[in-house]
Design a protein around this ligand. Structure first.
Ligand code: GLC
Length: 477
């Protein structure tokens, strides 16, 4: 079975968030289970790309409105990711350093999708399934069904996985001419709220859409940045499949980024050593409980609550707890955190930016990770933390609620709170500090967490079931 994944991100080629982790891991696991899964990505001028070997497998040209563009398809030749990787390079459009945030993002991602389809059609390639990820690839399900240029792909089942419904790929109707030879009577399928909405289009036109946790699927019908009604109408097409983690990359026993490796038998000494090193680096006291936050500093992740949580924590537990934050995002939050760093020099440390190596070392060295997310489609940080014996303190939303059971419940191992609010988070922090002082109990919980299995093996099988059912459906079975 041939499955093509299309995405804007794929670790380690280009990662901004969890999307990159998923697309860098799921296809690998699919291949190990006998599926020919490859990834098609825009070309990025990044370290991984510069240091890898590619061959050109196709050269073509496309049209974005009246503007012609040339593109080439490059294939990584050593198969070092565990799946074939293809990059679409369009000089001037898809050959840049950053993944997002260019003013011509619409042109970039529309051209990406058109080039992909052109390549498929010209090479008579008819995959068994086209698997799109997020809005950047959301027009494909529409184009294969309603543009005469891509008739040869009309019967190919399409899946769209929603990693984040907050961003939807809005495109003004003035740019509809970018979409070639489309059946205009179907243009309603492109529209949501008066503009072309790539994510809404994907949901309407794909054969199935998946969300990265069952909890998030339910949530989209009541909270999805304007698409609630659409998700209510299309509910039957939705399936929630929880993400896994790549246990080859995320394993404290083998992780080369750690100061000391450890496993479920040696975590006490292992985590202690990693914590000591981490605290030294950030000039924190390694004897105190260490609570961390890793991620984008945006409202969606509840990062705007952090300054107040920090203030209240240090007010209540002066010199009894340390906090470390790794991330970047909204400038106003960054600024507030920087000023708190100046105030609480010995207890609070901050790294504005993102550093993958440091993230691994933080998971290993921390005691608790705080995730006060308002929206969390799946969340991977809590899963990495579990594997590294770091206890997640999470708001009960989306995938967080699906993966974390409060330690007071039967078989529990984390700390859950019910609202993304400072007061709820503070109650949770208080419980964490009490737990930290009960070494025996915490140790038992850590052991339980590290024994959990959130590897991709199980979820990859669920995707395979889905692929198989769609292929059957295609053949009218
Ligand atoms: C997005 C979501 C996150 C999810 C990830 C991978 O980054 O915000 O919750 O885990 O995608 O699916």
């Amino acid at each position: 079975m041939n499955v093509i994944h299309l995405s804007a991100e794929c670790y380690p080629v280009a990662k901004v968030g969890g999307l990159g982790d998923v697309v860098g891991a799921l296809p690998k696991y699919l291949n190990s289970l006998g599926i020919n899964a490859c990834v098609v990505l825009p070309y990025y001028d990044r370290k991984f790309v510069r240091e890898s070997n590619f061959e050109t497998v196709y050269e073509g040209c496309g049209k974005l409105g009246h503007q012609k563009f040339d593109f080439i398809i490059l294939k990584e030749i050593t198969d070092k990711l565990g799946f074939p990787l293809y990059l679409i390079k369009i000089p001037g459009l898809l050959d840049r350093q950053e993944v997002y945030s260019y003013p011509d993002e619409t042109e970039q991602f529309v051209a990406f999708q058109l080039a992909f389809l052109e390549w498929m059609v010209q090479t008579n390639n008819e995959p068994d399934v086209i698997h799109c990820h997020d809005h950047h690839t959301g027009l494909i399900p529409f184009l294969v069904s309603h543009s005469s240029l891509y008739n040869s792909l009309k019967n190919v089942p399409t899946i769209c996985t929603i990693h984040n419904g907050e961003y939807q790929g809005w495109i003004g109707w003035d740019k509809v001419s970018y979409l070639p030879e489309i059946d205009l009577s179907k243009s309603g399928l492109l529209d949501w709220g008066g503009c072309i909405n790539s994510l809404a289009t994907a949901v309407k036109c794909c054969w199935r859409f998946t969300t990265v946790s069952p909890g998030y699927l339910k949530e989209l019908s009541v909270n999805s940045n304007g698409l609630e009604l659409l998700f209510q109408m299309e509910e039957k097409k939705g399936i929630g499949i929880i993400n896994g983690i790549d246990t080859q990359v995320w394993d404290p026993k083998t992780d080369e980024r750690l100061i000391k490796n450890y496993d479920v038998k040696s975590f006490t000494a292992g985590k202690k050593e990693n914590k000591k090193h981490l605290c030294n680096q950030f000039e924190l006291n390694a004897d105190l409980p260490l609570i961390v936050f890793i991620g984008r500093l945006v409202g969606e992740k509840g990062a705007d609550l952090l300054p107040e949580i920090i203030k209240q924590t240090f007010k209540a537990y002066q010199n009894k707890v340390s906090i470390l934050i790794l991330g970047s995002g909204e400038k106003i939050i960054e600024k507030e955190l920087l000023s708190l760093k100046a105030k609480y020099k010995k207890q609070f440390a901050l790294f504005i930016g993102y550093d993958e190596d440091l993230a691994h070392r933080i998971y290993a060295g921390a005691d608790f990770i705080l995730m006060p997310s308002r929206v969390e489609p799946c969340g991977l940080n809590q899963l990495y933390s579990l594997r590294y014996g770091t206890l997640p303190i999470v708001n009960n939303t989306g995938g967080l609620g699906d993966t974390i059971i409060d330690f007071e419940e039967a078989n529990g191992y984390g700390i859950l709170f019910d609202h993304a609010a400072v007061s709820d988070a503070m109650t949770a922090v208080a419980r964490a500090i009490t737990l930290y002082n009960d070494e025996k109990k915490l140790s038992l919980i850590r052991k339980k967490m590290m024994n959990l299995n959130f590897s991709w093996d199980k979820s990859a099988k669920e995707y395979i079931q889905l692929y198989k059912s769609l292929i059957k459906e295609k053949h009218g079975l």
